[in-house]
Design a protein around this ligand. Structure first.
Ligand code: PHB
Length: 560
């Protein structure tokens, strides 16, 4: 299927000819990312070539460049979005500040009302979510940060459309004609002609009332009320929505019970928005800078498209407490020349990924359309899996990830080798934490008080002749593990089995999981295993952490 998402969010994208300074490879690279994002975040490379109408060799070069940056993986014949790509959406979210500043208020409102609350911004003739405080209820579908709704479906759109000009209305009508069933919006159930038919009426009501209702415009049962939030200059920068279900509220009772609290929250949000920005004046250098691109070009030759890498680097320069950046600041942060940065910005502006305000550039919500919501679905085991596969290919031993469940470790990811092990482990398998390397890493990562309390409560049975069963001894071992950053356990869970584990930490330094390599004890000495395996295992954990920290910035990543 060819879904041209470019067409329904930004006037001119795909239609108007690019300005002469525009960077072709950046246009093509973004087209590939968009096509990858509209499906499940995974597509055959041949299909990508068809959908983008680019030559296969061009798509291959784009993909090898994106793979080098860490934004996609190529697995056999398929290209897959990778978590690192979320750094582009993170840059937009950090720069727009709405999630950071207003998210806590939305969370509090959700707690107070015990209903889902979201924040959404206008994006062309659509509405894009920038925050979700969900109350998980099985009955209705839940949106994620980055998801896009047609403006006529849902409560926030009628608030934003009140400010539409001729151009926006033209774009809306054109899209309605081209795609009456909303197939270009993968997250909404197809087609609701009523939503379009009542749109103007609802815009008028929203203008009059200052709030807007969604009476099952998205799907049967789903009702919502939204109110606009204005910045210091009076612009409607986002909408806060409270989402409920007809089993709890009709639109009348929803309005009666939540409009008061919503208005109070909006007032607090507007105060927060009026507080001046206190960022430093120079953004810190970004990771994927110009010198990295040069080195990659050197390593990959024609399979690395430098101008695509440069253009994407420009997007990552945003955020860091800076709502907008000058050309000079962007060039400084990325290490690019002003001329290169300028051409990238002209291209991104043409495609609707940045806007200008005076002399400052800022990313747009459209950046979230580059796979953000797809990737926001990933769990920690899914993030870890490709890194564990690489680790196993490197060390030729089985690798796993576990989390702490009570006094046990529980496997959440596992990549076995062909070696026949006596232990039969699958995802879900549990072992006592105290006798395993991953368990010791997880116990050592607990706050000291909790660790002590946990140790006192665990019965320490001798599972083999080697199992540590003295609480004092185990406490000393855990101190060592905490100090060294790894645990090596030799034949304490099972005779003949050796395992080396290291922690996986979240952005705050909290240990959330452990990864290990396990092997036959008879094949080498413990010293030799440590010398051979600690570095590759540590690198795999670091790669998992890098992805997790990007994914975790604005979305919660499930550890199971
Ligand atoms: C949501 O956040 O899920 C939501 C918001 C507004 C709507 C419907 C759903 O109208």
């Amino acid at each position: 299927m060819t879904t041209d998402v470019s067409a329904h969010t930004h006037a001119g994208a795909g239609a108007a000819a690019p300005p002469p300074e525009a960077v072709g490879p950046l246009i093509r690279g973004l087209a590939v990312l968009r096509e990858l994002a509209v499906q499940e975040g995974r597509r055959p490379v041949s299909e990508l070539a068809r959908a983008t109408r680019l030559a296969r060799a061009t798509v291959d070069r784009v993909l090898s460049t994106l793979a080098r940056i860490g934004y996609v993986r190529v697995e056999g014949r398929e290209a897959v979005l990778a978590p690192r790509l979320m750094e582009l959406g993170n840059a937009y979210l950090a720069a727009c500040r709405l999630t950071d500043l207003l998210g806590p208020f939305a969370d509090r409102l959700a707690d107070t009302l015990d209903e889902s609350v979201s924040l959404a911004v206008p994006d062309g003739d659509g509405v894009r979510f920038v925050h979700q405080a969900p109350r998980r209820r099985a009955m209705s579908l839940a949106f994620r940060i980055g998801d896009l709704l047609p403006a006529e479906r849902g409560a926030p759109g009628a608030l934003f459309a009140g400010a539409w000009g001729k151009r926006e209305w033209e774009r809306w009508r054109e899209r309605r004609e081209r795609d009456p069933d909303d197939t270009g919006f993968p997250v909404v159930p197809h087609g609701n002609g009523d939503a379009a038919a009542t749109f103007e009426e609802r815009i008028t009501a929203a203008r009059r009332d200052g709030w807007s209702l969604d009476d099952q415009l998205i799907e049967p049962g789903l009702v919502a009320i939204a109110a606009p939030v204005r910045d210091a200059e009076g612009r409607r920068v986002c909408a806060v929505s409270v989402v409920s279900h007809t089993s709890r509220h009709d639109t009348g009772s929803l309005r009666e019970s939540v409009l008061g609290p919503v208005r109070e929250t909006v007032q607090q949000m507007e105060q927060a928005l009026a507080t001046p920005v206190t960022g430093t004046s120079v953004p810190p250098p970004v990771a994927a800078d110009a010198s990295w691109a040069r080195a990659s070009k050197h390593a990959l030759g024609p399979e690395f498209v430098e101008s695509l890498a440069h253009g994407l680097t420009v997007l990552t320069a945003f955020g860091h407490d800076h709502p907008g950046l000058s050309l000079t600041a962007i060039a400084g942060a990325t290490g690019l020349t002003r001329a290169t940065a300028r051409r990238a910005l002209i291209t991104l502006d043409h495609l609707g990924y940045v806007t200008t305000r005076g002399r400052l550039f800022a990313p747009t919500p459209r950046v979230l359309g580059l796979g953000f919501s797809r990737l926001a679905e990933l769990t920690l085991p899914q993030i870890a899996q490709p890194h564990l596969v690489s680790l196993v290919e490197r060390v030729h031993e089985s690798a796993s990830m576990t989390v702490l469940t009570g006094n046990d470790i529980q496997y959440v990811a596992r990549v076995p080798t062909v070696h026949i092990m006596s232990v039969n482990i699958t995802v879900g398998t549990r072992f006592p934490a105290y006798a395993t390397s991953m368990g010791r890493v997880l116990l050592a990562g607990l706050p000291r008080q909790e660790r002590t309390a946990r140790l006192a409560a665990i019965p320490l049975a001798a599972l083999t002749r080697h199992t540590v069963t003295s609480p004092q001894h185990l406490a000393a071992v855990l101190d060592e593990v905490a100090r060294d950053g790894y645990a090596l356990v030799n034949e304490e869970l099972e005779e003949g089995l050796r395992s080396l584990a290291v922690p996986v930490r979240d952005r705050h330094g909290q240990v959330v999981a452990a990864v290990n390599v396990s092997l036959h004890a008879a094949r080498s000495t413990p010293e030799h295993s440590l010398a051979a395996l600690l570095a590759p295992l540590g690198e795999a954990a670091a790669a998992i952490e890098r992805d997790l920290h990007v994914a975790n910035r604005y979305t919660s990543v499930s550890v199971t």
